[in-house]
Write a protein that binds this ligand. Structure first.
Ligand SMILES: Cc1cc2nc3c(=O)[nH]c(=O)nc-3n(C[C@H](O)[C@H](O)[C@H](O)COP(=O)(O)O)c2cc1C
Length: 353
């Protein structure tokens, strides 16, 4: 399949692995790139040292293009982006962040011949990213795991296609070739899949979660709304999450989560606080209260993913779980998606007769 995305990124198929903190290991990234899609390493929870070693590992496992995904409001964003630029990562996928932080990144990446992909959840943010010089946009709908906005993918793709001239990836709700065909028809140039690739043999998500998700329906996720659109998030509906929604905000959980994040990212309290303040001041940034509310619900997310405790904690996952009935390899996901999209597009020509 040839689209503006495959041409721009130098990949075979218009399918990207969504950046997923904790899950997109070098092995998963390389597996998707080797299958002809675009592997994407989420690095917002990385230290610069981990990042260097993960980029090295990816390059040992594949000679194909790959991306990194950095949430620019993360306290380690600046240090991580310096490594990304030094390593000349082929595709840089950023999310959130302020124009003042984004513009120099785009300039530096373009200088070494790399491409920049902006992940957004609002049509107007896609337009602004293109104006800032992003080479492509990844628009994320309400169906998506983790941070989608209020509008669904069905609504967003044509809006963005009308508003920007750069290639478009669509994220949120895709797991098969019918979805890819539909996205192309709506004006996208490819799809991004998170939940589908989380449910692969190459993904390190605990087997207990894979077993639960295979049995789950499209009704088994919950969109956590804590009052600020910037922090809404879709997760698996567990008892613990339903309790968190009832009690809304816990200072104890917030502090424990912040401590956890501080230790993992190896940053000072000063850095944590200043990056929070900077974010709050940004046009699209979360308010301090929203950041605290968000933190109070994110504690233990990585432990939950790998411990196999499917009752507690917060597991980001998309509505598309309803359609995922088996764990596949990344190669199978990519090949089946492309084959089914081709069949679907050909079959639908019939309606014109
Ligand atoms: C476990 C997990 C972690 C995620 N972490 C990130 C992240 O670090 N950065 C990001 O931009 N999106 C993150 N996301 C959201 C995905 O990039 C993507 O938008 C979403 O998975 C697309 O929807 P889908 O799951 O229906 O395919 C995460 C999703 C999951 C499931």
């Amino acid at each position: 399949m040839k689209t503006r995305i495959t041409e721009s990124f130098g990949i075979k198929h218009p399918i990207m692995l969504a950046g997923m903190n904790w899950l997109t290991t070098p092995e998963l990234v390389a597996a998707v790139s080797n299958a002809g899609g675009l592997g994407n390493l989420a690095i917002s929870a990385h230290t610069p040292e981990n990042l260097k070693s993960d980029i090295k590992k990816i390059r040992e496992l594949t000679d194909k293009p790959f991306a990194i995904n950095q949430i620019l409001i993360s306290p380690t964003a600046k240090a991580n982006m310096a490594v990304v630029i030094e390593e000349q990562v082929p595709i840089v996928n950023y999310t959130l962040g302020r124009p003042n932080d984004i513009a120099p990144i785009i300039e530096a990446v373009h200088q070494y011949g790399g491409k920049v992909l902006a992940t957004v959840a609002l049509a107007r943010h896609a337009i602004r990213a293109a104006q800032l010089g992003a080479d492509a946009v990844n628009i994320t709908g309400h169906e998506a795991a983790s941070h989608g906005g209020f509008a669904t993918t069905l609504i967003l793709i044509p809006l963005v296609a009308d508003g920007v001239h750069v290639p478009i990836l669509a994220a949120g709700g895709f797991h098969d070739g019918r979805g890819l065909a539909a996205a192309l028809m709506l004006g996208a140039d490819g799809v991004t899949m998170g939940t589908r690739f989380a449910m692969t043999h190459e993904c390190a998500m605990h087997q207990n979660w894979k077993d639960v998700i295979v049995q789950a329906s499209e009704q088994d996720t919950i969109y956590i709304d804590v009052g600020d659109p910037a922090v809404n998030s879709r997760v698996f509906k567990t008892k613990k999450i339903e309790e968190a929604m009832t009690k809304r905000f816990s200072l104890a959980d917030t502090v424990s989560s912040a401590l956890d994040a501080k230790e993992k990212m190896n940053v000072s309290w000063w850095k944590m606080i200043t990056s929070g303040l900077k974010t709050a001041k940004g046009e699209d940034g979360m308010s301090i209260i929203s950041q605290m509310k968000y933190a109070s619900q994110t504690s233990n997310v990585d432990r939950v993913m790998f411990s196999g405790d499917t009752e507690n904690g917060r597991m980001p996952i998309g509505q598309v779980i309803g359609g995922i009935k088996e764990v596949l390899t990344c190669q199978e996901v990519v090949e089946r998606t492309v084959a089914q999209a081709e069949e679907t597009l050909k079959a639908k020509y019939g309606v014109l007769a």
